[in-house]
Write a protein that binds this ligand. Structure first.
Ligand code: ATP
Ligand code: MG
Length: 361
């Protein structure tokens, strides 16, 4: 019986419209090469155009509609000239993350052959890890407020909320991931020397969880020195897990250490698969280069590989990964996009990767 995957495709704004078709091209090549069926449906919402026509980012019924899919393949949202970023982002992506309980944000950090790392002297084997960010609670709560406004006692408070369920479930994901990796090493981001209630709790849960995964080697760093060590010793890391805020910072710092933002992928995951997970490049809609056909599609294509892995298509995911790594490492200028030093296009690079997927299966 053929395996079938139903994918909701949302290209969104700006270069999302240009890189998503290349991601779909890679998925289609993988489906052909690895023998599964892909059913894609495109949606025009979660975009500035949709907002201009309808006055909202999402239609009524979006939740039921998207719930029928195995995954969401997303481009980028945001066109600040037309819709303020807080409206477009809160009205779309953040709704998806919350309603689909995508409590894990996963970002691979891998230095690839052919990429120039801003870290001097680093070669590909040195940087290859994952950042796992808690995506639903922690520091990003809306509990708090302002007191004594307008007086010299004016005070603002915003609470951090950690629940056992919330902490344990993201740690479980991180430990499972570490357990599957050859190095079996997990690093926890903390700050229990300064944040004296929530962070010691986080540490306690890490320790407790560590007892359930005796094969996984666990260490912890305070966030300040951890950030420094991403730059000084990226080779120390394998799986790094952090709360919402710490994970947010690390998941931008990590990819920044590996070169262009144009290749970095991410996944917003509901590990129980009660709801669809969402896969998107790290970059945004890039208004400055949109419409010119020069955006690097690899972040989108790599996100496609993460999506297939989540859907159980491990070989196909590895096939996509091999294909773009090879293309990035050894292609002439006319294939590569300008951010990689080439003078090719989104399509030339996307096509080279798709050809590689078909050839490499
Ligand atoms: P966000 O939408 O997440 O707030 P942003 O608007 O700050 O992000 P991006 O849209 O990611 O930022 O763009 C940041 C810079 O990186 C821009 O100069 C943009 O042209 C460049 N960039 C982003 N994505 C790509 C890509 N795929 N290929 C080439 N350059 C890119
Ligand atoms: Mg933006």
């Amino acid at each position: 019986m053929t395996r079938t995957h139903r994918i909701a495709v949302i290209a969104g704004d700006g270069i999302g419209q240009e890189v998503v078709p290349e991601g779909v091209r890679a998925l289609e090549a993988a489906a052909e090469a690895y023998g599964f069926e892909l059913r894609t449906t495109e949606f025009d919402y979660a975009s500035a155009d949709y907002y201009l026509k309808h006055g909202t980012m999402l239609p009524d019924g979006w939740f039921e509609q998207l719930s029928a899919y195995d995954a969401i393949f997303f481009g980028a949202v945001g066109w600040p000239e037309v819709v303020p970023d807080h409206v477009s982002l809160w009205g779309s992506l953040i709704q998806f993350r919350r309603h689909f309980d995508q409590y894990v944000n996963l970002r691979p950090v891998k230095l690839l052959e052919g990429m120039k790392s801003p870290l001097a002297g680093r070669s590909p084997g040195d940087v290859d890890f994952y950042v796992v960010r808690e995506n639903t609670e922690g520091e990003y709560s809306s509990i708090g407020g302002k007191m004594f406004e307008g007086t010299d006692r004016e005070t603002v408070i915003q609470e951090t909320v950690m629940t056992r369920t919330g902490v344990d479930r993201v740690l479980t994901y991180a430990f499972e991931l570490a357990q599957r990796r050859p190095r079996r090493h997990l690093t926890s981001a903390t700050k229990s020397n300064g944040i004296s209630i929530t962070m010691p709790y986080w540490d306690e849960r890490v320790e407790e969880m560590g007892r359930r995964y005796p094969e996984v080697d666990v260490d912890k760093f305070h966030i300040d020195i951890l950030a420094a060590n991403f730059v000084l010793h990226p080779d120390w890391f394998d799986v790094v897990v952090g709360s919402n805020l710490f994970g947010d910072i690390l998941s931008d710092l990590g990819p920044a250490c590996t070169g262009t933002i144009g290749i970095a992928p991410s996944a917003n995951i509901n590990p129980e698969r009660r709801f669809p997970s969402l896969f998107e490049p790290v970059h945004g809609s890039a208004p400055d280069i949109a419409g010119r056909g020069i955006a690097n599609p690899v972040g989108q294509i790599w996100s496609a590989a993460l999506m297939l892995e989540h859907l159980g298509e491990r070989e196909a995911a590895a096939g996509i990964q091999r294909a773009f790594e090879k293309v990035l490492a050894g292609s002439p200028r006319e294939v590569l996009t300008p951010d990689l030093g080439g003078d090719g296009s989104t399509q030339s690079l996307g096509k080279a990767v798709a050809d590689g997927i078909l050839a490499g299966a």
